[in-house]
Design a protein around this ligand. Structure first.
Ligand SMILES: Cc1cc2nc3c(=O)[nH]c(=O)nc-3n(C[C@H](O)[C@H](O)[C@H](O)COP(=O)(O)OP(=O)(O)OC[C@H]3O[C@@H](n4cnc5c(N)ncnc54)[C@H](O)[C@@H]3O)c2cc1C
Length: 595
């Protein structure tokens, strides 16, 4: 595997030329002190940390994996992880975007998202340990009592505790309404939590002395189903309201999973045996509180997909420039060499351009999502905050599911560029394929994200989020109508937006007659939405590059990649539309016992 190099040019382009974050921050008082120089300095420091500390551990951690001691229930992470975590904490990365009231640096979410992309390119398994701190901070900030924020937020932000998210049980994954873990009220106001959770990321490890678990459980009088779930803080060390940490809590790791990829990330079975737990927010309203954490984590997993795509793409380009096989179809392009590098072949270019178009388009989409978080948190105008919230709520399942689906496509295409060498461990490409596979599953599968997008975020809201996206597209197209350099993109983009609206109305009409049409259309609708959203970002990227200060080669690369996207990837929407319009019958007619 070639050494990872952070894509600084493209990141600076997206931040400064495409999203124009400095102008955005000027409208958000809490972010206004953050200028371009500060952002670039953070970006460069982050790139150094990932290139020098995290990325070199990527392959060794995969080969070594995590170690579980059944006698003590302790987990040891791969060599180098703990030292890297100490450096991460000492340098202040853990609290980068966390609130200053609790010891964080209060920097904009968009820069946090940039650093997250870098970390996940460098070492996804390592990145999973600090990952859930961000969501836990949000959940406790919004739903925790003041004493809980004082006692539990500070150490998570400081990085002396990591956080977990404990939802899944053996019989309950997507359907949380089935969960059985119990919470019994105690005389001191705490609860005794009992039950077993599976697949808990970072449930046990040796990076910090304490771990704060956020656990979903049922109170004795809880209604059945998802309306009867409450959220609890379960500290690894028993902790009272005074914040004093005592003996070990009754929570224990019962084992770690042996899994396809992410070997450096401990995926734990966790047993709670009347463990001390503190209720967060209202009884039976735990799912709403957990959704605060899950939405943040969903954007985070989308960024994981992006990080993996970038690493795979870099490797594929480097290999395609070096590997010599056959001559270019039109005759030798490098006559001084025994054969031409494979980058001359049209099919290798198809693979590389697909990777480039999906990686760079996804970066724009994901960082825009993170910038919306800043608007939601800091815009002085309530209407602007509400609109950003509606927009991001619609975009979140697209960012989570499309970026991870595309990540699987990209890492596989990048491996394919290596031929047989891609299948061999040393090249590192098969690790990227194994690691990417989980991203479409955890934090809600693609199928579940698709239902969220189509049923909850579109049909149930009369398309409020979709309207915001379409308005953005229409406004951009109108503003650029007179720009001859963009004509080739504007007309198909405007058409795609119109078709998207019509398709949504048609699904709504069909769903009114047959509710199965929603589930039957959902994943195709999600991908359709993803491709049109990416078309918007590609058209805007060309416009921004034309106006920006990058060199001619950068501008040309944006334009050629946008052409490739519009002519060879955007047409995928047609097959998704055809699948949707074929209706639910083709999926539902075959009886279950005839498969
Ligand atoms: C490595 C790893 C780390 C994880 N980390 C955590 C963690 O930290 N905390 C945690 O709580 N959990 C974690 N999980 C669990 C993960 O979130 C679940 O695996 C995931 O939500 C899916 O649940 P499930 O595996 O039970 O699949 P199921 O819910 O059984 O789904 C099986 C299949 O059925 C589909 N399906 C189910 N219901 C529907 C429906 N209504 N409509 C359409 N399709 C449907 C799904 O899309 C999927 O394809 C982790 C899992 C892994 C493997």
């Amino acid at each position: 595997m070639i050494p990872y190099r952070a894509p600084l040019d493209d990141l600076r382009f997206v931040l400064h030329d495409l999203l124009e974050v400095e102008s955005l921050f000027a409208t958000l008082p809490a972010c206004s002190p953050v200028d371009r120089d500060l952002l670039d300095a953070i970006l460069e420091q982050g790139a150094h940390f990932v290139e020098d500390v995290l990325a070199p551990l990527y392959q060794s951690a995969d080969a070594e994996g995590c170690h579980f001691d059944p006698a003590s229930g302790e987990v040891r992470t791969p060599k180098g992880f703990r030292a890297a975590y100490d450096q991460w904490v000492e340098a202040g990365w853990n609290g980068l975007t966390a609130p200053t009231d609790f010891g964080g640096q209060g920097l904009p979410e968009v820069i946090g998202a940039v650093i997250k992309e870098l970390v996940d390119s460098g070492n996804l398994a390592w990145g999973n340990y600090p990952l859930l701190a961000h969501g836990a901070i949000e959940a406790l900030r919004h739903h925790g009592e003041p004493w809980q924020r004082e006692v539990f937020l500070r150490p998570i932000i400081a990085g002396t505790h990591t956080a977990t998210m404990c939802l899944t049980e053996a019989h309950c994954g997507s359907d949380l309404g089935l969960l059985r873990t119990r919470a019994e009220p105690q005389a001191d106001g705490s609860h005794a939590i009992s039950g077993s959770k599976i697949f808990i990321t970072g449930g046990a490890h040796d990076l910090t002395r304490n771990i704060t678990h956020l656990v979903l459980a049922r109170l004795p009088d809880a209604p059945v189903g998802s309306r009867g779930i409450s959220l609890f803080i379960v500290p690894g060390l028993r902790t009272g309201r005074d914040g004093v940490e005592g003996e070990a809590n009754a929570v224990r790791c019962g084992g770690i999973e042996h899994k396809m990829g992410l070997h450096g990330s401990a995926t734990c079975v966790m047993h709670f045996d009347a463990a001390q737990g503190w209720l967060v927010g209202e009884p039976h309203r735990g799912l709403a509180a957990m959704f605060t954490m899950m939405n943040t984590a969903r954007l985070g997993v989308g960024l994981q997909g992006l990080g993996l795509m970038q690493r795979a793409y870099e490797n594929a380009v480097s290999y395609a420039r070096d590997r010599l096989q056959m001559r270019a179809p039109g005759g030798a392009k490098f006559p001084g060499r025994v054969a031409d590098p494979i980058i001359v072949h049209p099919d290798v270019r198809r693979m590389l351009l697909t990777c480039k178009a999906l990686v760079e388009g996804s970066r724009a989409l994901a960082l825009d999502g993170a910038a919306l978080l800043d608007v939601i948190a800091h815009a002085p105008d309530a209407d602007a905050r509400r609109q950003a919230d509606e927009l991001l709520s619609f975009l979140t399942p697209i960012i989570k599911a499309c970026l991870t689906e595309w990540s699987n496509e990209v890492v596989n295409l990048a491996l394919q560029c290596f031929g047989g060498h891609g299948y061999i461990r040393e090249a590192g490409m098969e690790q990227l394929v194994r690691d990417a596979r989980i991203t479409t599953i955890y934090e809600g599968t693609t199928g579940i994200q698709a239902l969220d997008l189509l049923a909850r975020k579109t049909l149930q809201t009369q398309g409020v989020g979709l309207k915001h996206v379409l308005t953005r597209i229409v406004e951009f197209c109108s503003a650029e109508t007179g720009n001859a350099a963009l004509t080739e993109f504007i007309a198909p983009l405007a058409q795609a937006a119109q078709d998207w609206q019509q398709l949504t109305l048609e699904i709504g009409r069909r769903a009114a007659a047959n509710i199965e049409e929603v589930g039957a259309a959902a994943v195709d609708y999600l991908l359709y939405s993803g491709y049109v959203t990416l078309a918007y970002w590609w058209a805007r990227s060309v416009a921004a590059a034309d106006r920006g200060s990058q060199d001619a080669a950068f501008r040309q690369a944006k334009r050629e990649t946008a052409r490739f996207f519009f002519q060879r990837i955007l047409p995928r929407t047609r097959s998704h539309a055809a699948a949707i319009l074929s209706g639910a019958g083709t999926l539902m007619s075959l009886p279950a016992d005839s498969f």
